[in-house]
Design a protein around this ligand. Structure first.
Ligand code: RI2
Length: 308
């Protein structure tokens, strides 16, 4: 699939999930490089760089996408032949996809230790990382119940309910505004992340911060499941995370409200670190306050400058 196609499908939510969009973007650039038959490195560079920019712009909030794409261009700046450049981009993309898939498996193992027999676990939206943790705990023989929010307006909770049912985990779906009502009976909250800032704030699907508030009030541990490529090197330099706003038509149909009513549709929000018990990553379960160290040690400069 062309990078243009992939970017379009990310924009239309056909391809979604913070890690998935990063992998699909890396694969799209890989395929573009592979298909290039010429010998002109300048031409190849401008071709793949155009795709890079298009893909990055398709979901501005998820740093996973930016990090994934940066990884594809790692150590390419000094390459002088089109052949070597092409091989490097393809190899980097393969490595990124492999690293991402392996990270997910390890997160499953670490996170499963947080679930006990008899627990009631709530998740929000549709996070592959959070669901992998539940799937691993279930495979280990732990027996627990899951609750999933509807996650308006895209209703990704329906996807989650289907994923849970497929695994065999007893699942209850609730509307987003029922979270506080059920929270007092829950034992654990597991959510994913689109971006984790250097101060430990987690940016995830809209409504996540309300879930965190309710969990905090009820003393239920609020746990984030995220690969290290969800941490944002750009926030170290003071950049704010851009919260994507989507079209009003995702909330109201034509003629449902008078035209003078403004519709505001932010699709992500930030949960401050003080509401987060821990972040389950492939390098271990960490406090949100360790975000700065993760960025510097795991990806910081390497991702930022893309140099040899
Ligand atoms: P995984 C999703 O974004 C949700 O916000 C989800 O919590 C997050 O990505 C992480 O998902 P969207 O693409 O990477 O549905 O864990 O907007 O699958």
């Amino acid at each position: 699939m062309s990078a243009e196609d992939v970017a379009g499908r990310i924009r239309s939510m056909e391809i979604r999930g913070a890690a998935e969009i990063a992998r699909r973007a890396a694969i799209a650039i890989r395929e573009e490089a592979e298909a290039y038959q010429g010998k002109d490195i300048k031409e190849l560079r401008s071709l793949v760089e155009r795709s890079r920019d298009l893909l990055i712009a398709s979901r501005p909030t998820a740093i996973s996408l930016w990090n994934g794409v940066q990884y594809v261009f790692k150590d390419t700046s000094r390459i002088t032949s089109a052949e070597d450049y092409r091989a490097k981009v393809m190899d980097n993309a393969d490595r990124f996809v492999k690293r991402s898939n392996n990270a997910l498996k390890t997160i499953g193992k670490h996170g499963a230790n947080r679930i006990r027999d008899g627990d009631k676990v709530l998740t929000h939206c549709n996070s592959k990382a959070a669901i992998t943790v539940m799937a691993e705990a279930w495979a280990q023989g732990k027996r627990f119940e899951a609750f999933c929010t509807e996650s308006r307006p895209w209703r990704q909770g329906v996807l989650t309910a289907n994923d849970l049912a497929k695994i065999g985990i007893p699942a209850t779906m609730i509307i987003d505004s029922a979270v506080r009502y059920v929270m007092k009976d829950l034992d654990l909250v597991l959510v994913g992340a689109d971006t984790i800032a250097s101060n430990g704030a987690v940016i995830n699907k809209i409504g996540t911060s309300q879930v965190a508030l309710a969990a905090d009030e009820a003393r239920v541990p609020f746990t984030v499941c995220a690969e290290t490529f969800k941490f944002s090197p750009r926030t170290i330099y003071g950049e704010m995370v851009k919260i994507e706003e989507r079209d009003a038509t995702e909330i109201v149909g034509p003629g449902e409200v008078p035209p003078e009513v403004r519709i505001f549709n932010p699709v992500f929000d930030a949960t401050p670190p003080e509401y987060i018990d821990s972040i389950v990553t492939e390098i271990g379960v960490i406090p949100p306050y360790a975000a700065y160290q993760v960025i510097v040690k795991e990806l910081g400069y390497e991702f930022m400058f893309n140099e040899d």
